[in-house]
Ligand binder design. Structure first.
Ligand SMILES: NC(=O)C1=CN([C@@H]2O[C@H](COP(=O)(O)OP(=O)(O)OC[C@H]3O[C@@H](n4cnc5c(N)ncnc54)[C@H](O)[C@@H]3O)[C@@H](O)[C@H]2O)C=CC1
Ligand SMILES: NCC(=O)COP(=O)(O)O
Length: 339
């Protein structure tokens, strides 16, 4: 049982995610079964949450907050909600472009609330990037959405499981554009942002980071690609001379083996599908996605919208639990540092 006064608990906003996916399902089951030492507020449509609770046969008390009211301390079975109306009632499993503006609005209000100090952190259940892009807005991910909203020059996507932390130099880029995006400047900024946040957000005094090469066998001395020699090694050497503990560039296929991982704090992959499949293989369903380098706290789940499972009761809320708990811990740490 939490002993802290409710007024000191962090306020964490949780967006409802893609309404036809499992976002509403995992919010309902997580907040029904688990207990969080925080004031949680869902940003979403009250009828969506109530209707999905009925479909899932979950008995929860779902109440909209009065304007400007603060959410109470979380109690299992009770949900406080900031009502944001959907255009049309969502059917589980059926994407509807009419509700895309709603999804974007929940993110916008979450970000604004964090920037204004109304919320202490944001947790985002999954959205469907494809249906959002169909509106004509280019949406490649929450990471880039909040980066733009916060005017942050460099953010880093990092996923963390019990077994490992994996950060990415590039995020949602077509593979054909990756090589060009890996410049000495980008590597420098991403690695510095990662190093700093491992220190400040995870309390690791001197983080040791394993850095992947881009090419097979990290280029095999230039015979299988030259990015390691021309770009990655010079960027890492400069950072090493400034005191960072960096190993690499290492062949990505051997970097993710126990000998390396056991002696390091984080792996830095060059692109999305170089690092994330390994992390998801080791911890899918219990990992957290954290955006580093933002002025606000933002965590997310390790999975997507799982349209096939919406409304079935088979969606696992383990990763959402971890994402909420990480946001709470980071918000509490931030409060300590600001005193
Ligand atoms: N944070 C976010 O907003 C994320 C959004 N996505 C988006 O989700 C959409 C679908 O992506 P997919 O690649 O199909 O991945 P997905 O994670 O939605 O599904 C992959 C497989 O895992 C299962 N699964 C996913 N979450 C689960 C859970 N909580 N419990 C039990 N089983 C679960 C699904 O049923 C499916 O078989 C895409 O539009 C993608 O961009 C993907 C990852 C993160
Ligand atoms: N694979 C993780 C992912 O794509 C999530 O991206 P984001 O929406 O957190 O930017």
């Amino acid at each position: 049982m939490n002993q802290a006064s409710p007024d000191t608990l962090p306020i964490i906003a949780i967006t409802s995610g893609e309404p036809a996916g499992i976002g509403p399902d995992i919010i309902l089951s997580a907040l029904n079964e688990s207990s969080f030492a925080a004031r949680l507020v869902i940003l979403g449509d009250v009828d969506l949450l109530r209707s999905r609770a009925k479909t899932l046969n979950l008995k929860l008390d779902i109440e909209p907050l009065a304007p400007n009211a603060k959410p109470p301390a979380h109690q299992p079975g009770r949900i406080s909600l900031m009502h944001i109306p959907m255009a049309e009632m969502a059917q589980p499993g059926q994407l509807n472009i009419a509700n895309s503006p709603y999804v974007l609005e929940t993110l916008k209000q979450a970000g604004e609330g964090c920037l204004s100090g109304k919320f202490d952190g944001i947790v985002t259940p999954p959205v469907h990037k494809g249906i959002l892009c169909q509106t004509g807005t280019h949406f490649s991910g929450h990471t880039e959405f909040f980066q733009a909203q916060c005017h942050s020059p460099h953010v880093v996507m990092m996923l963390a499981s019990e077994a490992m932390k994996v950060a990415l130099v590039t995020t949602h880029l077509p593979l054909k554009d990756v090589s060009e995006a890996i410049t000495e400047e980008t590597l420098r900024k991403v690695t510095l942002a990662l190093h700093r946040d491992l220190q400040t957000k995870f309390g690791i005094e001197q983080p040791r980071i394993l850095v992947c090469g881009l090419n097979p066998h990290a280029g095999e001395d230039g015979h299988l690609g030259r990015e390691e020699i021309e770009t990655i090694t010079p960027a890492l050497d400069k950072l090493r001379s400034e005191g960072l503990d960096l190993i690499g560039p290492l062949p990505a296929d051997t970097l993710f083996t126990p000998n390396y991982l056991e002696n390091a704090d984080c792996a830095l992959a060059m692109y999305h599908d170089q690092g994330l499949p390994v992390l998801k293989y080791s911890g899918f369903g219990n990992a957290v996605n954290i955006t580093l380098g933002l002025p606000i706290i933002r965590t997310s789940v390790d999975h997507g919208t799982a349209i096939d499972l919406a409304g079935t009761g088979n969606a696992n809320h383990g990763s959402l639990n971890v994402a909420i708990q990480h946001a709470i811990n980071m918000a509490n740490n931030a409060k300590k540092f600001s005193k």
